[in-house]
Design a protein around this ligand. Structure first.
Ligand code: SF4
Ligand code: SF4
Length: 375
C-alpha cells in the first residue's frame, strides 16, 4: 500500500516542508537524472494560483540539487494559447525565474508512443520523460468542469506536445474514453514522486476562477493515484465518480476509497468548497476528427511561415518527428496529412518565423505563406 503524507504548509517556509518530504519518503537521487514536471500551462502570475507556485518549484529544485542528482531538467507543455512559446510562457508566469538553466523546452525532441485507448495511433512525447531516472510531478490541486479534478494524473497530460492535447480532446468518443487516455498517458511513465500544491487553490471553475481558497497543505506520495484520491476527497468530490482516477487505479494496488488509504497527517473535507458548475460524471461530449488535416481540425488554425523572417536554416525540418516539412523553390511547405500538430517546429524556430494563424482570411498576415500542402 502507498503511504500518503499531508503537511501543513505555506509558501514562505516551503523549503522546510520539501526537505521533510524528501527525508520521510526516502528520496534517493544521488547520481540520477531527474525531470521535474510542474503545472505551468497558463500565462498567469503566481497570485492567481493557476499554476504550481514558483516557491514550491524552487524548493524542490534546491532539494534535488542537495540530494546529489547528476542532471536536473524542468519542463511542461503549454495550453492552446502558448503553442510554440515554452520559454516565453515560463518567463510570463514566474516559474522561469526559479528554473534558471534547468528549463528544458520539452516541445522539442519528440518520439512516437502508443497508448491502449488510442489503438494504432501514435502520440508524440518528449524523449526526456523516458530518459529520466526519476520524475517528480508537481501539480496544482484544481477542480475541472469536465474531469472533476486536475491534479497528479492529469498533470501528466502535459507530457504531450503542442496540439496533441487538443487532438486527444477532439478524437475522444466521450468523456470516459478521454479519461482513459489520461490514465494511459499517466501510466506510460508514472512519476516516481508527486508533491501536490494545495496551499492556495482556485475554487469552482478551476484555473479561470476568480475566487481562491487557502488550504495550506502539500500532499506527497510515490503514487499519483493515491494523492488524487485524497485531493478529490478534500474538495468534497467522490473519487469513484472521477473516471480517470478509477481507470488509473485499475493498474495500481491503490484503492479509490479514501478510508482504505494510509494517510499520515491531518486532513478534512473543505467546508463549502465550490465545485465546478458543469461537472457531471454522467455527461459525454462527442467529437471525432480524422487523422488527415489534424492541425486545422484540432486548432482551427493554419501553420504559416513569415518569409521575411525565415532564414532557411532547416532547424524546423530536423525537429519535425513526422518529416512533414520540406523546402520547395526555397519556400517551406508542410504535407498536411503528415502533420500531427505537435508544434516542435515552432519551438525550434529561433526567428519566430512560424506561427499559427486563424483560418479566417482577414486575420492572415500579408507577408506570410501557408505551409500546408495536400499531397
Ligand atoms: S526554423 Fe524558422 S527560420 Fe529556420 S527554416 Fe524553419 S521557419 Fe525558417
Ligand atoms: S510540421 Fe512537423 S513539427 Fe510542425 S507541427 Fe506538424 S508534425 Fe509537428
Amino acid at each position: 500500500m502507498s503511504h500518503i503524507f499531508i503537511y501543513d504548509a505555506n509558501y514562505r517556509d516551503i523549503q522546510t516542508t520539501v526537505d521533510t518530504i524528501f527525508t520521510q519518503l526516502e528520496v534517493d537521487l544521488q547520481g540520477r537524472r531527474v525531470f521535474i514536471k510542474p503545472n505551468a500551462v497558463h500565462e498567469m502570475e503566481p497570485e492567481l494560483a493557476a499554476n504550481t507556485h514558483p516557491s514550491l518549484l524552487a524548493a524542490v529544485i534546491r532539494a534535488v540539487e542537495d540530494a546529489g542528482a547528476a542532471d536536473i531538467r524542468v519542463g511542461d507543455n503549454p495550453g492552446i494559447q502558448n503553442y510554440g512559446r515554452i520559454p516565453q510562457l515560463f518567463r510570463a508566469n514566474g516559474l522561469g525565474a526559479v528554473t534558471g538553466d534547468y528549463l528544458e523546452n520539452i516541445g522539442r525532441g519528440l518520439i512516437p508512443k502508443r497508448i491502449p485507448s488510442l489503438g494504432a495511433t501514435d502520440l508524440y512525447f518528449p524523449k526526456i520523460i523516458f530518459e529520466a531516472d526519476y520524475i517528480i510531478n508537481l501539480p496544482k490541486l484544481k477542480t475541472h468542469p469536465n474531469t472533476g479534478i486536475t491534479s497528479a494524473i492529469k498533470n501528466c497530460f502535459g507530457y504531450l506536445a503542442g496540439g496533441q492535447k487538443a487532438y486527444c480532446h477532439q478524437i475522444s468518443k466521450d468523456r470516459r474514453h478521454f479519461e482513459h487516455m489520461l490514465a494511459d498517458i499517466y501510466h506510460l511513465r508514472p512519476p516516481d514522486l508527486t508533491l501536490v500544491d494545495a496551499i492556495l487553490i482556485p475554487e469552482g471553475g478551476g484555473r479561470s476562477s476568480k475566487t481562491l481558497r487557502y488550504l495550506g497543505k502539500v500532499l506527497a506520495s510515490h503514487s499519483g493515484v493515491a494523492v488524487d484520491v485524497l485531493g478529490s476527497s478534500m474538495l468534497g468530490l467522490e473519487p469513484c465518480s472521477i473516471y480517470h482516477l478509477v481507470a488509473a487505479a485499475a493498474s495500481e494496488p491503490v484503492s479509490v476509497d479514501v478510508q482504505a488509504l494510509e494517510i499520515i497527517g491531518r486532513w478534512d473535507v473543505t467546508e463549502g468548497f465550490h465545485l465546478p458548475r458543469g461537472f457531471n460524471p454522467g455527461e459525454s461530449p462527442v467529437t471525432t476528427v480524422s487523422r488527415p488535416g489534424l492541425l486545422e481540425a484540432a486548432t482551427s488554425k493554419k501553420l504559416m511561415v513569415n518569409n521575411d523572417r525565415c532564414t532557411k536554416c532547416g532547424e524546423c525540418i530536423s525537429e519535425c518527428p513526422t518529416a512533414a516539412l520540406y523546402f520547395e523553390d526555397e519556400i517551406l511547405h508542410m504535407t498536411q496529412a503528415q502533420c500531427v500538430a505537435c508544434f516542435a517546429c515552432m519551438e525550434a524556430c529561433s526567428q519566430e518565423a512560424l506561427r499559427l494563424e486563424s483560418l479566417c482570411p482577414e486575420n492572415k498576415a500579408a507577408s506570410s505563406t501557408p505551409t500546408a500542402k495536400t499531397r
